[in-house]
Design a protein around this ligand. Structure first.
Ligand code: NAP
Length: 298
């Protein structure tokens, strides 16, 4: 029986574990994939206060070493459900379950799919959701990035260093991403923005050979070897609801104190309903949730 079970080993979850251990609480972190969450695949973190140069991988590794040194237990298991048994919270995994007095849900969000013909069949064979992970496979080849947020702009800038041409396909006439990234894209000669364009299909037999797009001038086929989808994030909370209440978009309902509708269960980071989803707000949530868990146990 742990004092705190943290579901998710991203910035929110690992910060929660850090604060829980510093408060002397026995802590288990369950992570179903790679530590560090979305931040781990970011080449350069530019908005972590006080840090001029930090890669996502370094950030994740530092945080992991910090929580391990403080005595948190980290297990690579995916939590598949949550049962509220009053004083005991049971976290289900495919191979069994873990018992905690409190639970901090910090499972983040997952990447949205384009949902066009060819995407699923060619996933991993030219269709990718992580430019920093897979970009190097496309060195010297033409590629396309889909989306208009920070991720799409950063992906296009990253790929432009490796690829002769990067098409940036966005469905609206303005980008959603931050101004400094938009300016950087505009000043990068081998990024070709295709505004007001939608992807119709991704084509190829064994691997991606082209992407079919529709825009104001009609339908055209772009000869690309890779399609990087960067069309946003969606929460993945159905395994935990019930007992947790979700909002209409699927995020866990909770306030700044990270309390949920279930006493003893807290939500931290991107998984909860909130205005700003950033590294600093995720870490801040982790600290608040651990503090609230300590108060609940007291
Ligand atoms: P996002 O900001 O939600 O942007 C998603 C983009 O994809 C939008 O431009 C959206 O178009 C487009 N889109 C959504 N569904 C689509 C579809 N089915 N087909 C085509 N296009 C579609 O997502 P994100 O860029 O992954 O960023 C997620 C969060 O992380 C944001 O809060 C972002 O600020 C943050 N982030 C921050 C940094 C940083 O600070 N350096 C880096 C990366 C991410 P519309 O614009 O038309 O809606």
């Amino acid at each position: 029986m742990y004092d705190v079970i943290v579901i998710g080993g991203g910035p929110a979850g690992l910060t929660a574990a850090l604060y829980a251990r510093r408060a002397g609480l026995t802590t288990l972190v369950l992570e179903g994939g790679a530590l560090g969450g979305q931040a781990a695949s970011t080449p350069e973190i530019e908005n972590w206060p006080g840090s001029l140069h930090l890669s996502g991988a370094e950030f994740a590794m530092n945080l992991y070493e910090q929580v391990k040194a403080l005595g948190a237990e980290v297990r690579f298991e995916r939590a598949s459900g949550l049962r509220d048994e009053g004083a005991v919270k049971r976290v289900l995994t495919p191979s069994g379950s873990w018992e905690g007095r409190t639970v901090i849900l910090a499972n983040g969000v997952r990447r949205r799919k384009l949902e066009v013909p060819g995407e699923e069949r060619l996933a991993g064979r030219g269709v990718s959701y992580c430019a920093t992970c897979d970009g190097n496979f496309f060195r010297g080849r033409e590629t396309a990035v889909v989306g208009g947020g920070n991720t799409a702009l950063e992906d296009a800038l990253f790929l432009a260093k490796l690829c002769p041409k990067v098409w940036l396909i966005h469905r609206r006439d303005t980008f959603r991403g931050e101004e400094h990234l938009v300016r950087a894209v505009e000043h990068t000669g081998n990024i070709v923005p295709l505004m007001e364009h939608r992807v119709l299909s991704i084509r190829g037999d064994e691997r991606v050979e082209s992407v079919e797009v529709a825009g104001p001038e009609g339908v055209r086929e772009l000869p690309v070897a890779g399609v990087f989808a960067a069309v946003g994030l969606i929460p993945d909370n159905s395994p935990f609801s019930p007992p947790l209440e979700l909002d209409e978009h699927g995020y866990v309902r909770s306030g700044e104190d990270c309390r949920t509708n279930v006493p003893g269960v807290f939500a931290a980071g991107d998984t909860r309903a909130k205005v700003l989803r950033q590294l600093v707000t995720a870490a801040a949530d982790g600290a608040s949730a651990a503090r609230q868990a300590g108060e609940y146990l007291d």
